[in-house]
Design a protein around this ligand. Structure first.
Ligand SMILES: Nc1ncnc2c1ncn2[C@@H]1O[C@H](COP(=O)(O)OP(=O)(O)OP(=O)(O)O)[C@@H](O)[C@H]1O
Ligand SMILES: [Mg+2]
Length: 419
């Protein structure tokens, strides 16, 4: 089952379990054109998670429930099935290839299934495959084939991008959702979801780097010729910026967060000399007045470090020079003023901020970079057959269940019908 039905309404719900916030977005999908309309949003402070990994199941479940209830109240629906995001430093992206001999005269679904299975063969017992994203097929040496079914050929090759994650991290997310009375239809890599919400098809074709800079992690996916060719997650994000402000300006984390949001600028040169801000005194001490440039200096230093790590990562992939559409940054930290200028200065590529756009329904509530992942999860849900095979985890019986796309289900059915 791909989605819930409420009085014949097709509902899709995305659950983004972030380091700083948990948000739930519900959408109604039109039967006619597949377009969706946002009907509810719920957002709470995230508890029990660190850098995308569950650290306290009970706290995480409570936060999830709270966000779900808020969304239920706004939308007037009861939420059961969701698409959940996953991120964290345990995520690895791999480009793999598979080759098979075509069994008949023309290529069939069963050949596709075999070649994708061949490409999926990995040797990582503690990791499981979260996504299998087909880049292209090669038929008798001819590359760039998108849909080879029905084509004549003897040798079929598939190039895929596999996204692997730690078995226990994925299981913990499913556990949290199940404990919060939610059924996980699929787990989706967060930056992949974000990319679906903010990138343009042309950017994906030209080559683009998508960076989701959240609170705990900076997640990256690189697209080339319309497909993902690289995935990575760096354990750095806006929380480090907040910590640096607290340490650098000798204040509490909550005060550091307040001044970061209200007065933060990522480039010292963009702050006029002589501008000041008032800092609340700690434990009854007097308020202090500090130079706004001092705040910008701390923020700029950390963002430069984050972008330098990202720059090294892009260089190590070799895909940087091919990314003609540059870099799109999203996630809550992309809302920091002047962050684009620091990013361009370090990455030496054109940079823009990306957020969900052209949204129907409660658009004003989600057209912000912090909702890119949740809106992307809905987009994933509306096109749930975009992967050849999707793996669904279920911890109820401590076993991994394989949820397979319609075509594969048909294939399995046909296979068993032979006996
Ligand atoms: N207006 C703003 N200016 C600067 N930073 C902001 C602003 N609003 C939010 N942030 C920062 O964005 C970060 C949160 O981003 P986001 O909501 O995308 O993270 P998350 O999804 O909870 O975390 P992650 O994706 O890392 O698990 C926090 O560090 C927060 O301080
Ligand atoms: Mg996030």
């Amino acid at each position: 089952m791909q989605e819930e039905s409420h009085d014949n309404r097709k509902i899709i719900v995305g659950l983004d379990i972030g380091t700083t916030k948990i948000c739930v977005v519900a959408a109604e999908v039109s039967d006619e054109d597949g377009e969706f309309r946002i009907i509810g949003v719920g957002k709470t402070k995230s508890e029990g998670l660190n850098r995308g990994v569950v650290t306290n199941i009970r706290s995480a479940v409570k936060s999830i429930r709270k966000a779900v209830e808020e969304c239920e109240l706004k939308s007037g629906i009861e939420i059961e099935n969701i698409y959940a995001g996953i991120a964290g430093h345990h995520i690895v992206g791999l480009n793999k290839e598979g080759v098979v001999a075509v069994t008949g005269d023309t290529i069939t679904e069963s050949d596709i299934q075999r070649v994708v299975e061949a490409a999926r063969a990995t040797n990582s017992p503690d990791k499981e495959i979260i996504h299998t994203l087909t880049q292209e097929y090669i038929v008798d040496g001819q590359d760039g084939v998108i849909d080879p079914i029905g084509m004549a050929g003897k040798r079929l090759e598939a190039k895929v991008h596999l996204i692997l994650g730690s078995v226990s991290s994925a299981a913990n997310i499913v556990q949290c959702c199940n404990d919060a009375n939610l059924n996980v239809l699929n787990i989706v890599l967060e930056p992949f979801a974000s990319s679906l919400a903010v990138l343009d098809e042309q950017e994906k074709e030209l080559g683009v780097v998508l960076l989701d800079i959240g609170g705990g992690t900076s997640d990256m996916v690189i697209y080339k010729n319309g497909s993902i060719v690289h995935t990575s997650v760096l354990p750095l994000g806006g929380n480090q910026v907040t910590n640096d402000i607290a340490i650098g300006l000798r204040t509490t984390k909550s005060e550091a967060l307040r001044i970061k949001h209200d007065f933060g600028v990522a480039m010292i040169d963009h702050v006029e000399e002589g501008e000041t801000i008032s800092l609340k005194g700690i434990a009854g001490r007097e308020d202090r007045v500090i130079d706004k440039r001092l705040l910008a200096e701390v923020i700029e230093a950390r963002f430069r470090e984050i972008f330098e790590l990202i720059s090294n990562e892009i260089k190590s992939t070799g895909f940087g020079p091919g990314c003609a559409a540059g870099v799109v940054i999203t996630g809550g930290s992309s809302m920091m003023p002047s962050v684009v200028d620091v990013a361009e200065d370090v990455l030496k590529m054109p940079v823009r901020v990306g957020a969900p756009t052209d949204i129907e329904g409660l658009a004003d509530m989600v057209e912000s970079p912090e909702f890119s992942t949740a809106v992307g999860l809905i987009q994933y849900g509306t096109n749930a057959d975009m992967e050849e095979i999707t793996i669904l985890k279920n911890t109820n019986n401590e076993k991994l269940l394989t949820s397979i796309s319609q075509s594969f289900k048909r294939l399995v059915k046909n296979f068993f019908n032979l006996f």
